[in-house]
Design a protein around this ligand. Structure first.
Ligand SMILES: Nc1ncnc2c1ncn2[C@@H]1O[C@H](COP(=O)(O)OP(=O)(O)O)[C@@H](O)[C@H]1O
Ligand SMILES: [Mg+2]
Length: 302
C-alpha cells in the first residue's frame, strides 16, 4: 500500500460514521462563529500577547474560544504559556488524530491548536489532507464561538491565506516607523490583491490614550489616500511592565495581573469584539473560512 492510499484510508477512518462522508459543502455547523486573525506585519509588536489575552478575556465572558497558533516562530503561543505540544496539526492532516486530541487546554478555559509545520502545510494540502482538515474542524464547529488565529510576522503566503480567509483582521501596531510601514504594506497587499477591505486596529505599547489615537490617524490617513480600505480603531493597550513580567513567568497577563492597565484595556476590547455582529450568511460559518483558506492555497500554494 503506498503512502497516499494509506493516508486516504486513515482520513476515511476518521470520518464520523453518523454523518457519512463530509465535504466542505455538507459540513453541518448550524451556528455562525467569529473567525479573527491577529496580524500586523512586524514582529515584536505584541500580536501573540494580544491573541492570547483577548482569547482569555473572551473566555471570561463565557465564549468558547479556540486559539490557533499559525506562527512557527520562536516566541509562539506554546512558548509564551509554557505549554508543550505532544502532537501537532500535522497529525490531524495525516488523519491519525482528531483536532480534540491535538488541542491543548490553555489558561482560562481556552483551547489551543499548537503551532506546527502543519500550519504551513495548510496552504499546500493534498486532497487527503484537505479531507482530514475539514473533518477535524467539523467535529469542533458546534462547540465553538470564536476561532482566534495568531499569525507570524511578515507577509508570507501563509499569513495572507489566514487573514483573507478570516472574517475579521486585527492589525496590531505600535508607534515606531517600521511598525507603521509594515502594517501599511500588509494592509495594502490584503486590500489590493486579496479583497480584504475592513481592518480593525489596535495601538499597542502606547504611553497615552492620545498616542494611540494619533497612531491610528496616521495609519488611517495613508490608507484613506491610497487604498479602498476601511480602518476601524479598536483601542489602545498601554505600555505595561506586567506584560513583560507575565511573559517571563510563562503566564498570560490576564491571570498574572488581571487588574493591570493593559489587562483592563484588553478586556474592554474583548467587550467590543463580542459586540461585533455575527455574520449570519455563509460567511459566518467555519466552513466558509476553510473554503477560503483552501481556495487561496490552490492559487498560491503551488
Ligand atoms: N502592552 C505592552 N506593554 C509592554 N510590553 C509589551 C506589551 N505588548 C507586548 N510587549 C512586549 O513585547 C514582546 C513581544 O510581544 P509578542 O506578543 O511576542 O509580539 P509578536 O507576536 O508581535 O512578535 C513581549 O514579550 C513583551 O515583552
Ligand atoms: Mg508572535
Amino acid at each position: 500500500m503506498n503512502t497516499i492510499t494509506r493516508l486516504a484510508d486513515r482520513a476515511m477512518a476518521q470520518k464520523p460514521k453518523t454523518a457519512g462522508a463530509r465535504d466542505i459543502n455538507s459540513m453541518s455547523s448550524n451556528r455562525p462563529i467569529k473567525v479573527i486573525a491577529v496580524t500586523g506585519g512586524k514582529g515584536g509588536v505584541g500580536k501573540t500577547n494580544m491573541s492570547v489575552n483577548l482569547s482569555i478575556a473572551l473566555a471570561e465572558m463565557q465564549r468558547r474560544v479556540i486559539l490557533m497558533d499559525a506562527d512557527l516562530g520562536l516566541a509562539n503561543v506554546d512558548v509564551l504559556l509554557g505549554l508543550q505540544a505532544k502532537h501537532t496539526l500535522a497529525d490531524v492532516l495525516d488523519g491519525s488524530m482528531s483536532l480534540r486530541e491535538v488541542m491543548l487546554n490553555g489558561p482560562g478555559g481556552i483551547k489551543i491548536v499548537p503551532a506546527s509545520s502543519g500550519v504551513q502545510q495548510m496552504t499546500q494540502l493534498s486532497p487527503q489532507e484537505h479531507a482530514s482538515l475539514i473533518n477535524a474542524f467539523s467535529e469542533v464547529s458546534d462547540q465553538l464561538d470564536i476561532l482566534m488565529i495568531d499569525t507570524a510576522a511578515g507577509i508570507s503566503d501563509t499569513v495572507i491565506s489566514f487573514v483573507q480567509a478570516a472574517q475579521e483582521a486585527i492589525i496590531v501596531v505600535c508607534d515606531e516607523p517600521s511598525s507603521i510601514t509594515d502594517a501599511y504594506a500588509l494592509i495594502k497587499l490584503l486590500n489590493a490583491e486579496h479583497g480584504v477591505f475592513r481592518f480593525r486596529v489596535i495601538a499597542n505599547m502606547t504611553r497615552s490614550t492620545q498616542e494611540g489615537i494619533n497612531l491610528f490617524n496616521k495609519l488611517n490617513s495613508v490608507c484613506d489616500r491610497f487604498l479602498d480600505a476601511s480602518l476601524q480603531y479598536l483601542g489602545h493597550v498601554p505600555f505595561d511592565e506586567n506584560v513583560r513580567k507575565a511573559v517571563q513567568k510563562r503566564q498570560p497577563l490576564m491571570t498574572f495581573a488581571p487588574r493591570s492597565k493593559a489587562a483592563l484595556s484588553i478586556r474592554a476590547m474583548a467587550q467590543k469584539i463580542d459586540q461585533w455582529p455575527v455574520q449570519t450568511t455563509a460567511r459566518g460559518h467555519l466552513e466558509f473560512f476553510l473554503e477560503r483558506l483552501l481556495q487561496s492555497a490552490s492559487v498560491s500554494g503551488y
